[in-house]
Each structure stands twice: as C-alpha cells, then as structure tokens.
Design a protein around this ligand. Structure first.
Ligand code: NAD
Length: 275
C-alpha cells in the first residue's frame, strides 16, 4: 500500500488519551487540545470528577472533550472506549496515547504473582491493546495517525525495587519499535515518551517511603531525590512531557517512528540508596 502523503493534523481531528484525568495524561490532553484536537479522556470510573476539570480546561481552548470510562486491563473496554470516542467525536481519530500506567516500589522477593500480574496487565497488555484498537480505527479511516505511549527512563535502565515496572517499560520500547515497522505502510507513526522523574501523584508513595526511611519530611525527600537523580536539577513537570508528545504528534516529527525518546533532564532514574 502506498504511504499516505503527510497531512495537516489538528483542527477537526481527535485524540484519545488513556489515564488522561491526572498527571502526565492530563497535561497531554490539555496540550493536544491547545494544538487543535478534540480529546477523549479515557480513565477508570473513580476519575470521572477529575476528568471534568480537564474537560473544562479543554473547552476553554475552544475544543470538545469527553470522558470515556476504561479499565485498560480489559481489552473489550478499550475497544468500546475507542468506539464511543468515534461515535461522539467523529471518525477522525488521529492521535492515540496509551498513557495509563502504574508503579510501586517493591523488592522482588516481596512481589506476589498478583502484584506482578496487575502491573503487566496495565502497563503491557493495556498498552498493546490500546495501540492495536487505535491502529485498527486509523487503518479503517485511511488517513494515517500518530500512536504514542508511556515509556520511561526505566525503558532503558533498570532500578532496584522496581523490577516488574522496569520489565513492563522495556516491553513498551520493544512493542513501539515493532509496531512502528508494521504500521508505517498505513501512514501511522508509533513512538513512546520516556520521562524521568515527573512531579505527579505517581511518586507520592515513593517520597513518603523515602521520608520514612530517612526520617525527613515528604517535601525534603522529594527535593533530595531530585538533587540526587536529575542532572538538570529541577523536577520534571507533566507539561515537559506533553511538549514532547505534541512534537511527536506534529508534522515536525514527521520522520520519527519506532522510538522511545527520553525526556528526563539526564536523570539517573530512581535510586533508593543515597549513594
Ligand atoms: P498517575 O498515577 O499520576 O496517573 C495515571 C493515570 O492512569 C491515572 O489517571 C489513573 O487513573 C490511570 N489508570 C491507572 N490504572 C488504570 C487502568 N487500569 N485503566 C485506565 N486508566 C488507569 O501517573 P503519571 O505519573 O501521570 O504516569 C503516566 C504514565 O507515565 C505511566 O504509564 C507511567 O508509568 C509513566 N511514567 C511516569 C513517570 C513519573 O515520574 N511520573 C516517569 C516515567 C514514566
């Protein structure tokens, strides 16, 4: 099949973002709206209220936004969430962001099969199935698309007490590279963003654990962690990640596919010890 010629995305097109109600997903949803996309915020039911705030912000940029419920552990729910997005925002899905993910610090010897299974179901299976259902819709529409997903600094270097998480993010990198090869023929580019340490609720329990270990406040623990682990010396904001997503979704990123791109301030990644 011939490669569709590059087209101007944005206006009149829509984006689908899993885990879009908070953290990095929220920043990505808002940034894509500012870039001209209508946005479908896909998240678990308890996030409905938070999603309403995101919808308000998106509407202030003059774009449409909807909340669709999805638990990415269930492939059928992903399929339904994409179908609902297309039904409500139109058959013009151009950007899909498999952002939903979980992490928890836990020594391997304390990881139960249930704990590992949950991380794999969300970070790997949920990620892959989101990509596949989005790609099916894009192929059906016939004008290409941009598929993005949450990698991590952990897609490149492992960290102690984060082994299952690291393994899931290595999988993200592999699947990104492989699916990009398969879907280039449809004008679909596939990339992942690889944040270091971003200021989102995901780290709250990690900072709390560090604070307990070192007998300091949670604020001090966060400051210490950033100083120790990030060369640029400031914590990354979710908007820093959204800038990369915006670039990769745009024509500026036209020749980039199959990549997991680190955006981490030259972070060393999470380390529990002070050394
Ligand atoms: P977060 O915990 O703040 O937000 C995650 C979002 O995913 C939430 O809205 C949550 O409701 C949703 N979610 C969780 N389980 C879900 C499920 N089963 N189905 C659907 N949605 C679900 O996390 P974040 O920091 O914004 O991280 C977003 C992504 O970026 C994750 O994949 C994470 O691994 C990755 N990442 C984050 C960091 C960081 O420092 N925060 C660093 C590297 C990579």
């Amino acid at each position: 099949m011939a490669h569709p010629s590059p087209i101007k995305p944005a206006l009149g097109r829509s984006a689908f973002v899993t885990g879009g109600a908070q953290g990095i997903g929220r920043a990505i949803s808002c940034r894509l709206a500012r870039d001209g996309y209508d946005v479908s915020i896909a998240d678990i039911p308890p996030q409905k209220e938070k999603a309403q705030e995101v919808i308000k912000e998106i509407e202030s940029y003059g774009r449409r936004a909807i909340f669709v419920t999805v638990d990415v552990r269930d492939a059928k729910q992903i399929e339904a969430a994409i179908a609902e997005t297309v039904e409500k925002l139109g058959p013009n899905l151009f950007v899909s962001v498999a952002n939903a993910g979980v992490t928890q610090v836990r020594p391997l010897l304390e990881c139960t099969p249930e704990f590992i299974e949950n991380e794999v179901r969300i970070n790997v299976l949920g990620f892959m199935n989101t990509h596949i259902y989005a790609a099916k819709q894009m192929v059906k529409q016939g004008f290409g698309g941009r598929i993005l997903g949450a990698g991590s600094i952990a897609s490149y270097r492992t960290a102690e007490n984060l082994s299952p998480y690291g393994a899931t993010k290595f999988a993200v990198r592999g699947f990104t590279e492989a699916s990009a090869k398969e879907w280039a023929q449809y004008g679909i580019r596939v990339n992942a963003y690889g944040p270091g340490i971003v200021d989102t609720p995901m780290w709250d329990h990690i900072d709390a654990e560090l604070a307990k270990i070192e007998n300091i406040s949670i604020g001090e623990a966060k400051a210490q962690r950033v100083k120790r682990e990030v060369k640029l010396g400031r914590i990354q904001e979710p908007e820093d990640v959204a800038k990369l997503v915006s670039f990769l979704a745009s024509e500026e990123g036209e020749y980039i596919t199959g990549q997991t791109i680190k955006t981490c301030g030259d972070s060393q990644g999470y380390r529990r010890s002070k050394s």
